[in-house]
Design a protein around this ligand. Structure first.
Ligand SMILES: [Zn+2]
Length: 230
């Protein structure tokens, strides 16, 4: 399931800061999920997988380099209505996405939906891991800058389950060997792993270079073209 930003007549999202080399334009986002709530994310932290993982794909128009933001999804056993009533804007925005996207049943079938991308991403974007890897789907392009955020967003288990039943039972790729890649982190107090500090960005309060900066058009509501695509 790919959601493509429809940039007709408006300024595209750009991404910069956070140690990224240059400015990247938003291309699309998509969701990975697994057969149950304990699998689905394509990254795992200390051997633990999350229910799902959102990938927001960007490209540097000057260098062609791809940067992907990964956000973990944790599912709640509460129904989407119950979760939505907690007035969490992020959850409500994802309910809009899921309820529309699940109705797409054929390859290349599409629909339009107005979503707020910043709301979908949630409010916990300060702490992340960073490494150089590849795309997880063909053509598996190398030299992709990965940014994986530490704090997951919460969605309803019924939402993810609707994707399992009506689209694919799973579409996640298992974690690959790290080989000689170095994974950095930009936060302190990690007690469970030997991952080294991300040396450019340790002070979250005073160092603006630490922040992922999303610039967006004045109009917050964006039009996405949802494509049933695998
Ligand atoms: Zn992906």
């Amino acid at each position: 399931m790919v959601s493509t930003y429809n940039s007709n007549g408006s300024t595209p999202f750009t991404l910069s800061g956070g140690g990224l080399n240059g400015t990247f334009q938003f291309l699309n986002f998509h969701v990975h999920w697994g057969e149950n709530s304990k699998s689905g994310s394509e990254h795992q932290v200390n051997d633990v997988k999350y229910t799902g993982e959102i990938h927001l794909v960007h490209q540097n128009s000057e260098t062609g380099q791809i940067a992907v933001l990964g956000i973990f999804m944790n599912s709640s056993q509460n129904s989407s209505d119950e979760i939505g009533n907690t007035a969490n804007a992020t959850i409500k925005e994802w309910v809009k996405f899921f309820t529309t996207a699940v109705k797409l049943g054929k390859v290349n079938e599409s629909t339009k939906l107005r979503l707020n991308l910043a709301t979908l991403m949630g409010n916990n974007l300060n702490n992340f891991w960073r490494y150089r890897g590849s795309l997880t789907t063909p053509p598996c392009t190398e030299d992709v800058v990965w940014t994986v955020f530490k704090v997951p967003i919460v969605v309803g288990e019924d939402e993810i389950d609707s994707f399992r039943k009506d689209i694919f039972s799973k579409n996640d790729r298992s974690p690959q060997p790290l080989y000689n890649r170095i994974v950095y982190r930009n936060f302190l107090n990690e007690t469970l792993s030997p991952i080294p500090d991300y040396n450019c960005c340790l002070d979250t309060s005073s160092n603006a270079g630490n922040k992922i900066i999303l610039s967006k058009p004045n109009k917050y509501l964006l039009c996405f073209l949802l494509l049933f695509f695998f």
